[in-house]
Design a binder for this molecule. Structure first.
Ligand SMILES: [Cu+2]
Length: 524
């Protein structure tokens, strides 16, 4: 029982808000230590040990500037294999420090350490993320859906609406008339989130490390893996106001609401209860999702130009599917006793025994193949309401796609309704940002839909929410040599195989080629 409880609590969603900006200067490459260890925390009326960085939950904030480099020595004093991914950091020529397990490195085993060299290039804001292996192990062992979480948190605190949580509720203190920058990060494992602040407008000015044309809105929708920079002007009558986050419903979801409180500094009588954002959309409000995301445009100024490829060298059409793989005696917890799987173009990604990057670099054969399909194996009405359960049976394999250096790439992600599993999939690419040039519902039409592409000011992001039962088109230039993971940022989908990787070949010169590997690499 104890084990079950602890696994359930591991599924706390995490919603981070970072309202502080400092900077770090220095010419030699600064270095810091991250000690990963189990630390006891109390939330939702019970205590348990969770994996922390330097004893902190959420982990420490690193303050860096564009163009900085940083060495982070990660010491694994926890009980599980870990790696750390520096989400949204492009790491030019440096896939060695990108982090995904078995894609660019072997795991850091308990007791071992690894030094990441993080190269910040053009990003305006990013974050890091620890991959905790244990979290959905039970679900993976049994083949079914993982438990939904018990709570979401804002900066590690669930907030007033949960049991035993009121005293710890996160507060944001503001002065009347001042403007604040909120860096909102969706690090929830399995859900897109709506977020709003009672009676206050939000001005979204950046996303995924790039500026956008400011959007005035009374709520946002943010997918796992996305980050947004939001200006908040404290211009309402001094009082207490809730900021709140809740899920945009997926196939299964946690229907609780996390809150923090915006408190004006000064003399006034605080209300017994802060006002709640009545503009926070409801769980199933798909129009709220579309209306918000359709407004996102790149800043596209002289200083921040849009360099979206106008012509395309490599075109990929990738179906995103749920699926299932038969189990002996139908003994698994998925549909009809099968094991849940997820796929891209019906390929369900299998982590290889050795990391793909080193295998590629050292030309070791047998670790992966390069025949990830550019189109789905079958064409059918992907978004139909009544698809046979067996329309796709995912093939388990480690297939990657090779891209020529500096080629321009278009990917159309096609959501499907296989196993009635249609939901919004936040597709995330490592090592590159991409331009989100179009989206729509239903099946992508390669005659008519490209005519509606935004090739003027598409936002430059690294995680795109592919609309439920719809499609999203992205373009980017493959100018970062390396091995780059691409996956759905819903943790359960990624664990079920909704992943692949791109190998971007070297260019002709040293400066357009992968850097030397670090001196110390961990064994698998
Ligand atoms: Cu997904």
């Amino acid at each position: 029982m104890e084990l079950k409880k602890s696994l359930k609590l591991e599924l706390l969603g995490l919603f981070l808000l970072n309202a502080f900006v400092l900077s770090m200067a220095g010419k030699t490459i600064p270095s810091i230590d991250f000690v990963l260890k189990e630390t006891k925390y109390t939330r939702l009326c019970s205590s348990k040990k969770i994996l922390t960085v330097n004893g902190l939950f959420p982990g420490p904030t690193l303050y860096v500037r564009r163009g900085d480099r940083l060495i982070v020595n990660v010491h694994n004093q926890g009980n599980y294999n870990v790696t750390i991914h520096w989400h949204g950091v492009k790491q030019p020529r440096n896939p060695w420090s990108d982090g995904p397990n078995y894609v660019t490195q072997c795991p850091i085993k308990p007791g071992a350490n690894f030094s990441y060299e993080i190269i910040f290039s053009t990003e305006e804001a990013s974050w890091f993320k620890g991959d905790v292996m244990e979290i959905i192990q039970t679900a993976l062992a049994n083949g079914g859906e993982p438990n939904v979480s018990d709570a979401f948190t804002i900066n590690g605190q669930p907030g007033d609406l949960y049991n035993c949580s009121k005293p710890g509720t996160f507060n944001v203190l503001v002065n009347y008339g001042k403007r604040y920058l909120l860096r909102v990060i969706n690090s929830v494992m399995n859900e897109e989130m709506f977020f709003a602040i009672a009676q206050h407008n939000l001005t979204v000015v950046g996303m995924d490390g790039a500026y956008i044309k400011p959007i005035e809105t009374d709520y946002i929708m943010i997918t796992p893996g996305q980050t947004m920079d939001i200006l908040l002007t404290a211009n309402k009558s001094p009082s207490h106001y809730y900021m709140a986050g809740r899920a945009y419903a997926g196939a299964v979801y946690d229907n609780t609401t996390t809150t923090a409180i915006v408190k004006y500094i000064g003399n006034y009588t605080a209300p017994s209860m802060p006002s709640f954002p009545d503009n926070l959309p409801n769980f199933t409000d798909i129009d709220a999702v579309t209306n918000f995301t359709n407004r996102i445009r790149a800043l596209a100024s002289k200083d921040y130009p849009v360099e979206v490829p106008q012509k395309v060298d490599t075109r990929l059409y990738i179906t995103i599917s749920m699926g299932s793989i038969p189990c002996v005696n139908d003994s698994c917890d998925g549909p009809n006793g099968a094991r849940l799987a997820a796929s891209l173009n019906n390929m369900s990604f299998v982590e290889p025994a050795e990391d793909i990057l080193l295998a590629y670099y050292r030309k070791i054969r047998g670790i992966y193949t390069t025949n990830f399909p550019s189109v789905p194996p079958d064409f059918f009405n992907f978004t139909s309401d009544d698809l046979p359960d067996n329309v796709y049976t995912p093939l388990k394999a480690t297939k990657v796609k090779v891209l020529e250096f500096n080629s321009s790439v278009e990917i159309v992600f096609q959501g499907t309704n296989v196993l009635n599993g249609a939901e919004n999939h936040p597709m995330h690419l490592h090592g590159n940002s991409f331009y989100h040039v179009g989206s729509g519902f239903g099946n992508f039409d390669n005659e008519t839909d490209p005519k509606g592409y935004n090739l003027i000011d598409p936002p430059e992001i690294n995680t795109v929410g592919v609309p439920t039962n719809g499609w999203a088109a992205i373009r980017f230039r493959a100018d970062n040599p390396g091995v780059w993971f691409m996956h759905c940022h819903l943790e359960r989908h990624a664990s079920w195989g909704m992943d692949t990787a791109f190998i971007v070949k070297n260019g002709a010169t040293r400066l357009t080629s992968i850097r030397q590997p670090p001196r110390h690499l961990n064994p698998c």
